[in-house]
Structure formats: C-alpha cells, structure tokens
Design a protein around this ligand. Sequence first.
Ligand SMILES: Cc1ncc(COP(=O)(O)OP(=O)(O)O)c(N)n1
Ligand SMILES: Cc1ncsc1CCOP(=O)(O)O
Ligand SMILES: [Mg+2]
Length: 206
Amino acid sequence: MRFPPRGLYAITQTDGKSPATVIAEIEAAIRGGAVVVQYRDKHPHDALTLARELVKVCHRHRVPLLINDNIELTLEAGADGVHLGKNDGHIREARERLGTDAIIGISCYDSLERALEAQAHGATYAAFGRFFPSGTKPLASPAHPDTLRQAKQALSIPIVAIGGILPENGAALLAAGADLLAVIGGIFDHDPELSAHAYQRLFDSQ
Ligand SMILES: Cc1ncc(COP(=O)(O)OP(=O)(O)O)c(N)n1
Ligand SMILES: Cc1ncsc1CCOP(=O)(O)O
Ligand SMILES: [Mg+2]
C-alpha cells in the first residue's frame, strides 16, 4: 500500500491497554481521519497477534500499517513497512528483507544530514522531532522548526513531524514544511475519533 503524501499519522498507545482497546482506538482514529498507522509497543505481550489484527483493521480502511523498530515482525505480520530509529538497524537491511514496495520511515531527529542520507538510501519518508515536550517520550531530544524549513527545500520524500503535537500547535509545523503529523498522546489521551478529526481540520485548512 502506498504511503500517503500528507495527513495525520497515528501511533498506537499500548501501555496498560488491552489489545481490544488498542484496536478499537486505532479504528476510531482512522474514522477521525488518520491516513497512516504505526504499531509502537515498547512492552509487548503478544506483538505478532496484535500486529496481525492491526493489519486487518487498517487494510479494511485502506490505511497502511507500519511496525516500529522491528523488521522481522513487519514480515511476519504482513505489515506495509517499518519505522527505524538510530538504534533499530539499517535501511539497507530493511529494503533487502522487505522488498522494493515496502514503506521505510527513518527517524532523523534534528538532522537534515541524516535525512539526506536516508533519502539517498531509499527511505520512503523522513521523520523529525520531537518538536514539543512529549509525555510519551520525555527524554526525546528537541528539534527545531527551522530544520523542517530546510528539509522542505532539500528533500523530495514526505516529511513527518513528531513529539508533543496537539491540534493547537500542529499548524506551525505544517507551515514550516511538515507533510504529516505523527501523534500519540494528542489522540489517545482523549476521545480518539474527535481528536483525530481536530488534526484533520489542520490539513483541510492548509
Ligand atoms: C513517525 C515516527 N517518528 C519518530 C519515531 C521515533 O523513533 P525512535 O527514535 O526509534 O524511537 P522509538 O519510537 O523507537 O522509541 C517514531 N517511532 N515514529
Ligand atoms: C516516539 C517519539 N519520538 C519522538 S517524540 C515521540 C513520542 C510521540 O508521542 P506524543 O505525540 O505523545 O508526544
Ligand atoms: Mg525506534
């Protein structure tokens, strides 16, 4: 499935939640307008079963599902691609194992250099952040909107922004050059469908 060029990118909030809740919340976020989903789970119990269920739900809605960190799980679950950070393996290995059609997203933090390298190695998108303090990942290192402005000039692949993004602060990142907003707490700390819809309006009014 193709990676959407813009829109809301929902990432699962799994801690303390049952698989059924995670699935119901993701489906609600998709109803609210999320155009891509990532399964991120730092304390999984049965990751393969949940990942396979998420693939089914996402594909029913024609939305691609990516897996965070884990190339093997991406293959086993039949997901559309993987998101890799600096400690999660190399894009070359991901491309070799997942094939030419797979979506491969790369965390670039605040580094345009890292994004240019990722693009040259065939990354599907580059993710920058965190832009605002994140309750989900309090120790994530900061990134600056100026990096988005430079990335917009220098990259041809879609640009994802992440970290503490709310409907109230997301518009500034879109204006700086982000194509997609990746969100956890801003969707799943509240009613997921209504919250996703609030982000959707940022894209409608752009
Ligand atoms: C869309 C998106 N952007 C950034 C990240 C962060 O990846 P990483 O730095 O590997 O950190 P963890 O998510 O693994 O804690 C992401 N997952 N998704
Ligand atoms: C995975 C990740 N990487 C940088 S910030 C972050 C967490 C994003 O979650 P939230 O939208 O709740 O800040
Ligand atoms: Mg990671």
